[in-house]
Ligand binder design. Structure first.
Ligand SMILES: [Fe+2]
Length: 347
């Protein structure tokens, strides 16, 4: 099969796949992840590929899908299963259907269980198993729309009946490995050793797993297409410049300080310790109080918070309001204190 195949992994073990047809240069990304967006665009350019589709194997609860943003940015349709509740899906597919990318054919196998909209995608000698089947594991069934009975059927009466030589490419890998095969999983995957329905279901019900970090935020953004917090901060950061901590120290200690410092944390935090000469405007009140507190829009303003995230958002807001010389402190007062730089108390 003449294809270009790229497996893209994040530090957390999320796997996504860019598969391109050599002959036509058409490509698809399976399970794109938001932090890899520029990586995908770079790879597509490097490989001479043109994206035709994005496909999510299911509604992810544990990481941020890039689908909505990437689909809009690159003007490509997003494919998901018919059961997906996300309103921004362009093409809804169901069991037995096929997606054609140039000369490559991707067959859809509906495999509910991890979620109601989970599917596996079979292409040539390989199968993209999403979270239905992992290397040495399966997706969990205790998150919204999960169902261990359905997972049993999807595995034992569906996926595991396919050609055992199929190469397994899951949506998560928590080891150094890149892939497995169905035969290998049938033989070695501990969860698949419980081949009776009741035992399998019992095993899934008693796993007692931790809730994934960012569960609600991931569901919110993946279902409704909202932005997550790091996206908001990254967008704000593109609009502002920063000042290093030693530079700020030098300026406030100089004979003629040329900057107004604004602490945008809550009052208790400001009262306990703030950078000398800083005034206090909590971030939530900036828009309402600038007219009284910052009469000179041409003044240079330095904004800081605890760790540098809220101050980035606040600085972007100030710039939008016309304070063209607003800059954000690199990092926050937390590392300012670690540097041993001076702070003051109120009262
Ligand atoms: Fe998942």
């Amino acid at each position: 099969m003449d294809m270009i195949f790229r497996q893209i992994r994040t530090k957390q073990g999320c796997q996504s796949y860019m598969i391109g047809c050599k002959e036509t240069c058409a490509a698809i990304i399976i399970d794109p992840e938001i932090s890899q967006m520029e990586h995908y665009q770079g790879l597509a350019t490097q490989d001479g590929l043109v994206l035709h589709y994005l496909l999510d194997t299911h509604t992810h609860a544990d990481h941020f899908s890039a689908s909505k943003v990437l689909a809009a940015k690159m003007d490509v349709p997003l494919i998901m299963h018919n059961n997906s509740p996300a309103p921004f899906v362009d093409i809804r597919v169901d069991d037995g259907e096929m997606v054609i990318v140039g000369q490559l054919r991707f067959r859809i196998l509906h495999t509910p269980g991890h979620t109601a909209d989970s599917m596996c995608v079979i292409m040539d000698d390989r199968v993209f198993t999403g979270d239905t089947l992992l290397i040495g594991g399966t997706g969990r069934t205790d998150l919204p729309t999960g169902d261990p009975e359905q997972l049993y059927d999807s595995l034992f009466n569906g996926l595991l009946k396919l050609n055992p030589d199929l190469i397994v490419y899951p949506a998560h890998i928590y080891s150094e490995r890149c892939h497995s095969t169905l035969a290998e999983e049938i033989a070695n995957n501990p969860r698949l050793q419980k081949t009776h329905r009741d035992e399998f279901v019992e095993q899934m019900r008693t796993l007692d797993l931790k809730m994934p970090t960012h569960l609600t935020e991931a569901l919110r953004t993946n279902l409704c297409g909202g932005k997550n917090v790091s996206q908001l901060i990254a967008e704000a950061a593109k609009k502002v410049s920063f000042m290093a901590q030693d530079e700020v120290l030098r300026r406030i200690q100089s004979l003629h300080p040329d900057m107004l410092l604004i602490d945008v944390r809550e009052k208790e935090a400001y009262d306990q310790a703030h950078i000398p000469s800083a005034i206090h405007i909590p971030r939530g009140q900036i828009e309402l109080r600038v007219n009284d507190m910052l009469p000179d829009p041409t003044k240079r303003i330095l904004v800081y918070c605890e760790c540098g995230k809220i101050s980035t958002l606040a600085t972007a807001t100030l710039k939008e309001m016309g304070f063209g010389r607003a800059v954000a402190l690199d990092l926050g007062i937390c590392s300012w204190k670690e540097n041993g730089y001076p702070v003051e108390k109120s009262g």
